[in-house]
Ligand binder design. Structure first.
Ligand SMILES: CC(C)(COP(=O)(O)OP(=O)(O)OC[C@H]1O[C@@H](n2cnc3c(N)ncnc32)[C@H](O)[C@@H]1OP(=O)(O)O)[C@@H](O)C(=O)NCCC(=O)NCCS
Length: 181
C-alpha cells in the first residue's frame, strides 16, 4: 500500500489497483453519475430522486468540506467508480461523530473497492479527531452489512418499516463503530 499525499493505493481483486483520494470539485460530475446510477437501481439507498444542477452539487461539496467531513472517491484506471462520505454530525454536541455513506457502481462491486474505501475512511476520520462512526442500511442489504461487520461495526438497533421503496417496506439497521485506540 503506497501513500501519495492525500491518495492511497490499494491492491484489490483480479490484479486491480484502486486509488482512494479526497474528492475535489472536479469530481462532482462523477460523484453524481455514481449517485444517480445507484439511485436508479431503487434497491440500496433511501433516495427516490436525485437533485441535479451545478448549484446543488457545489453547495453539497462546500457544505461538507467546510464542516470537516471526509469525502473520498475511488478510482480504477482513471474512472471514478465509487465514493464515500463521512459527514460530521449536525449537532454541535455530536461533532465527534461521523455519519457514513458509501456507494460503488454495480459493475465494480465485489472486487474490494468498498473495503478499500471504508479502510481509508476510518484512517481519515481518526486523523480528523472523530471518535465514532454511525451508519444505517436496509435490512435487505446483506452485502453492506457484511462489509460493515468486517470493519467491526456493531448493530445497535433496527427501525422497523422506516422506508418504503416501490411500495415495499424496509427496516433500517443502525450500526456504529466506536473509534477507541
Ligand atoms: C455495499 C457496497 C458499498 C460494498 O462495496 P463493494 O466494493 O461491493 O464491497 P467489497 O468488494 O469491498 O466487499 C467487501 C466485503 O463486503 C462483503 N461483500 C461485498 N459484496 C459481497 C457479495 N457480492 N457477496 C458477499 N459478500 C459481499 C464481504 O464481506 C466482502 O468481504 P470479502 O470479499 O472479504 O468477503 C456496494 O455493494 C454498493 O455500493 N452497493 C450499493 C450501494 C449501497 O448499498 N450502499 C450502502 C448503503 S448503506
Amino acid at each position: 500500500m503506497a501513500v501519495y499525499e492525500t491518495t492511497r493505493v490499494y491492491p484489490i481483486k483480479d490484479g486491480l489497483i484502486v486509488k482512494i483520494r479526497d474528492a475535489s470539485p472536479k469530481d462532482l460530475e462523477s460523484i453524481w453519475r455514481v449517485f444517480r446510477s445507484v439511485t436508479e437501481e431503487k434497491k440500496w439507498i433511501p433516495v427516490l430522486f436525485v437533485a441535479e444542477g451545478e448549484f446543488e452539487r457545489l453547495s453539497w461539496f462546500s457544505h461538507h468540506r467546510s464542516g470537516g467531513s471526509v469525502i473520498l472517491v475511488a478510482e480504477i484506471g482513471g474512472e471514478v467508480v465509487g465514493h464515500c462520505l463521512v459527514e460530521r454530525d449536525d449537532w454541535d454536541a455530536a461533532a465527534h461523530v461521523g455519519n457514513l455513506g458509501i456507494m460503488v457502481i454495480a459493475e465494480h462491486r465485489g472486487k474490494g473497492v468498498g473495503n478499500a474505501m471504508i479502510t481509508e475512511a476510518i484512517i481519515r476520520v481518526r486523523e480528523k479527531g472523530f471518535e465514532k462512526i454511525c451508519l444505517s442500511t436496509f435490512n435487505t442489504n446483506l452485502n453492506a452489512i457484511k462489509l460493515y461487520k468486517k470493519h467491526k461495526f456493531q448493530i445497535i438497533g433496527v427501525r422497523k418499516r422506516q422506508f418504503k421503496m416501490q411500495g415495499e417496506y424496509r427496516d433500517e439497521v443502525l450500526m456504529e463503530l466506536i473509534l477507541d485506540s
